[in-house]
Design a protein around this ligand. Structure first.
Ligand code: ZN
Length: 334
């Protein structure tokens, strides 16, 4: 590449004009992004500008508690929060007590969801697993408060043959799902959301088995690079899966804000999700997938879900789930 040719950014390798108008999703009521990370109030302006452009109205965000308070002041009519521990405290002495205090703080700003990060490398960092007494302590508190449990279990299948290949250290994928299964069994029907299609878009048969066994289990379809790759790879099977489970899947982007992220970056995530769920688009993604070689970048194959399924995915399911725990936000059916 010569110096005159600017390198296209990783969120727009095909030069999409993200400012081109796109009609709102055909949805009655607010479009709810159930899984996102608006990390700092200073990131909100380009975030909401892009969200408005792509018709995304409301957000259930994993924001640090200190920022949640600031965000709620200005954007409280469009946001609620998922209780998370402080990133810098995780695994340090006393972090469980700090997390419990934070759950109290989050609850007081209206959060009715709390999240556990049980990806293989997160369990190493935190020292917490499904069978840890500390986990049961936090879980009991969440259940006692009537909050929804949310977990990140698993990670992309291709990581289990690369960064997680050391099964001694990380455990096996099968073991993590077995432990998750046993833990859902233990909560007596308490609502539980499995992030990123249960962390296993590569195995819809396993997901179906879990959904059939646990009526309290919901899945979100968040993570842009992971979903564009794996959902597209099994497009027809996934379309059937979404239609069959249309009352149990929540729209989420896994959008993450950052100091250096602008309108186009945020736009790229919602652009891909909307193409993937709403349209029959078959073509390249603007977003570089770092997990596959440059000459094997994924082709998006849109599911073109029926209108009534999109209505549930974008609004009804999240509204119903949040109303079931009396979340102060999102529950209207405009
Ligand atoms: Zn996330």
């Amino acid at each position: 590449m010569d110096e005159q040719t600017p390198k296209l950014p990783e969120h727009n390798r095909i030069g999409v004009d993200f400012r081109r108008p796109m009609p709102r999703p055909k949805v009655r009521g607010a479009v709810i992004d159930w899984h996102c990370h608006l990390l700092n109030a200073s990131h909100a302006d380009p975030w909401f500008a892009a969200a408005d452009h792509y018709g995304i109205d409301r957000f259930v965000s994993m924001s640090p508690l200190e920022e949640a308070l600031r965000l709620q002041n200005r954007w409280g009519d469009r946001m609620s929060f998922i209780a998370i521990p402080a990133w810098r405290e995780i695994g340090k002495p006393g972090w469980i007590d700090d997390w419990l205090r934070r759950i109290d703080g989050f609850y007081n700003v209206g959060a009715r969801v709390a999240k556990f990060h049980f990806a293989p490398q997160s369990m190493i960092r935190s020292g917490m697993k499904f069978d840890s007494p500390d986990f049961r302590r936090v879980l009991s508190e969440i259940i006692a408060r009537g909050m929804i449990i949310m977990t990140h279990v698993g990670d992309p299948e291709i990581w289990y043959t690369s960064k997680y290949a050391d099964a001694e250290k990380f455990g096996t994928r099968a073991l993590h799902y077995q432990q998750w299964w046993e833990t859902i069994e233990s909560v007596n029907g308490h609502p539980w959301v499995g992030a990123h299609l249960g962390g296993n878009p590569e195995d819809p048969a396993l997901l179906q088995k879990m959904l059939d066994h646990f009526p309290n289990l919901w899945l979100d379809c968040s993570a842009t690079k992971w979903m564009q790759r794996e959902v597209s790879l099994r497009r027809d099977q996934m379309r059937d899966f979404f239609i069959h489970n249309q009352d149990r899947i929540l729209f989420g982007s896994d959008q993450v804000s950052g100091d250096d992220r602008d309108f186009d970056f945020y736009a790229s995530r919602w652009w891909v999700h909307r193409k993937l769920w709403e349209t029959a688009y078959v073509g390249p993604s603007p977003i570089v997938d770092p997990d596959v070689p440059a000459d094997q970048q994924p082709v998006i194959r849109g599911l073109c879900l029926p209108d009534e399924v999109l209505q549930k995915l974008y609004h009804d399911n999240a509204a119903r789930l949040l109303a079931s725990v009396k979340s102060p936000c999102h529950s209207e059916r405009a």
